[in-house]
Design a protein around this ligand. Structure first.
Ligand code: IMP
Ligand code: MG
Length: 198
């Protein structure tokens, strides 16, 4: 009984601190809206119409890059009229580092069967472009019939890479953004729009 009381007391003391930490992490005061939910939705619908025409009579494998492409993929596939399979690969270069880049790790490609298929790779943002480009190179080794790339955002930065995504919904200035799948240390992914730190 004494132990139970101590346990409850401990929880009461510790819990407010956890909440305070996550409230601070998710503070909306530090961020400002760049692209609204409605703008994203209508741009997805517009681009999906182009994709539907382009792949009419064919099938598609949508390969999403976890975890950032979670929201954009969920909304895109509901606008697609071509039959599509959904697959996922994982890429991470930021993780708990927040806004500083680490080593790019890609996993999940080996398990995919893409031979002879039309592949649409979906990612959240094209910054240096390395992530998308490295995954495209890995996917090409699987002998797909075709491979195109679709990104929510392209950052306006100088790139040495000689590759551009086939479909890009929005071009933004060089700021760190969160929301609609994009994270800062794994937080903010659930925001309905795209936000930038002030
Ligand atoms: P890239 O390889 O430089 O093109 O970076 C692409 C990956 O880095 C994206 O898939 C994101 O996961 C992450 N990233 C780049 N810029 C941002 C940002 O502004 N906010 C959140 N994640 C970002
Ligand atoms: Mg990503």
């Amino acid at each position: 009984m004494l132990l139970l009381c101590l346990g409850i007391l401990l929880q009461l003391v510790v819990q407010p601190q956890c909440c305070a930490t996550s409230t601070k992490m998710l503070s909306m005061e530090n961020i400002e809206l760049l692209i609204s939910e409605d703008e994203i939705k209508s741009k997805i619908a517009e681009t999906a119409r182009v994709i539907n025409t382009e792949y009419k009579g064919q099938e598609l494998v949508v390969v999403m890059v976890m975890k950032g492409a979670l929201c954009i993929t969920a909304d895109l596939i509901r606008e697609l009229e071509v039959p599509c399979e959904i697959e996922a690969v994982t890429a991470s270069s930021y993780g708990q580092r927040g806004t500083s880049r680490g080593e790019l790790k890609i996993s999940g490609v080996d398990e995919l069967n893409l031979a002879g298929k039309n592949v649409l790779l979906v990612d959240d943002i094209f910054d240096s472009g390395e992530t998308v480009w490295q995954i495209v190179k890995r996917l090409k080794e699987k002998n797909p019939k075709s491979i195109k790339t679709f990104v929510l955002l392209v950052k306006n930065v100088e790139r040495t890479l000689d590759y551009e995504p086939d479909y890009a919904l929005f071009h933004i200035e060089n700021r760190f953004v969160v929301g609609y799948g994009l994270d800062y240390k794994e937080y903010y992914r659930g925001l309905r729009g795209v936000y930038a730190f002030k």
